[in-house]
Structures are given as C-alpha cells and as structure tokens.
Design a protein around this ligand. Sequence first.
Ligand code: OAD
Length: 254
Amino acid sequence: MDIEPEVLALVQHAKRVTILTGAGVSAESGVATFRSYKEETKESLWSQYDPQKMASIDGFLENPNRVWQWYQWRRSELKTKKPNEAHKAIAKWQESKTLSSKNQNVTLITQNVDGLHQAGGSKDVIELHGNIWRNHCLQCLAEYNGEVDGVDLEEREEVIECPECGGQIRPSVVWFGEALPEQAWRDAESASYSCDLFLSVGTSSQVYPAAGLAALAKSQGATVIEINPEPTKSSVVDYCIAGKAGEVLSILNT
Ligand code: OAD
C-alpha cells in the first residue's frame, strides 16, 4: 500500500510522538475486537456478549462467576496469541527513538489489556484499561497472581475470596463506569498534551476518556493521524491511513 509522502514526512519529522492503540492493533494476532467485524477475528466481542453483564461492576456483582469465567476464557484464548508486526514495529520505534535521522520521543498508550505490546518488546506501556493477566481484591485492592491459598488462580472456574479480607478477587481490568488508573491517566494526558504527532491506531475512538486524548493533542497543535482499515471519520483526525496496523507500521518503520 502507498502512504502519501506528506503523511510520511509528518511522521518522520515529528519530535514527540504519542501513539494510542486499541483492539485493532491486536486483530492481526487473531484477537477479537470489541465492536467491529474483522476478517482475522471473525466476530467482535460486543456482538456476542453484553458489555453491561461482562464488563461492569453491576454485572460482576449480579453474577461474579459468570464474569470470572468469561475472563478465564479470554485469558485461555489470549494465551495462544502472539504479538504481530504492529506490536513489533511500535517496540522497535520506541527502542530506536526514530523513524528517520532525527531523535524522536515516542510514548505508547494502550487501551488493550492483553499484554501483547510488552510481549512484542515494548518496555514502557501506559495501560489505560488495566491488564487482564493481573487480579485484585474488589474490597481491599490487594493484588493477586499465581497461587492464592494453594490454589492456582489460572485453574479457578469460580471466583475466589481474598485471604486478607474475604472480598472477591476480580481481574484488574477497567470496567465501564470505573475510573482509569490515576497515574496511567496522568501520564497519558501529559504525553498527549506535549506531543506534536498523535497516532491513533486500531481504535474505534468511541470509549472515553481515552477517545478524548486525540482532541487534547490537537488542541495543543499536534497533528492527528489515524491508522485504521475502517476510518472512524472523527473530526479530530487530520489524516487517515486506511490500512491494517501491522502493514502500515511496518512500512513506516522501513
Ligand atoms: P474497538 O473494537 O471499539 O475498535 C477496534 C478498531 O480497530 C475498529 O475501528 C476497527 O476498524 C479497527 N481495526 C480492526 N482491525 C484492524 C487492523 N488490523 N489494524 C488497525 N485497525 C483495525 O476497540 P477499542 O477502540 O480498543 O474497554 O475499544 C475501546 C474500549 O472499548 C476497549 O478498551 C474496551 C472496549 O469496551 C473496556 O472494556 C473498558
């Protein structure tokens, strides 16, 4: 695919680049997106499951085991997935700090909880929606991974109680209606406020506050470029590269 020379030049000459990724970045790894049908993933999650039931505190309190089992299923699916060219190209870009001869500052913010950016080599990732591989107690917030009271959490089919306070242990992902992790949000705002290029990759830009970061960047003079095979037509976007994240980022990175 061809990328307009004007867009290439903008990417190469930017000094501070902030990249926001969404589920589309993992689509080429075979991970289902939330909202759109995609050839790689066949179905989107929210076309099959009700987000209010699976991704809200009310849904969890109504039926904790149903939610726990859904996340256990998603974890088992994700275990088979590997980082794709998009994850690797971003990691390489962060590592080399440049796509051209100039030094660039590259900050990565993700809405994804799958850990594939880290698996693809990214060391610094601002995770806005948490991480599916971690767990914590709903009540006392103690973090749990691996074994709890001699039981491997990975094997649990039902919600387990916190040995400290008796609260329920839940996956450490942000659900609808919940606040984002404070430090991650502060870092994301600051990286968006101070960049001159904001890249929105593989996100439908429908979920706030993450979706507002592009507008924040633009309000401070940044150029906003979207990479998405189905352009969102957001008024904040200056240029859209209508292609798959893996393909486009690999081209940008050569
Ligand atoms: P969505 O599923 O809403 O959007 C995925 C976007 O990726 C769509 O715009 C697709 O067109 C695009 N896409 C698909 N394949 C792609 C590819 N190969 N390359 C580039 N783009 C591709 O996912 P998010 O925007 O990440 O939050 O959703 C945001 C949040 O809503 C999620 O973090 C999750 C969800 O509900 C919570 O659960 C709190």
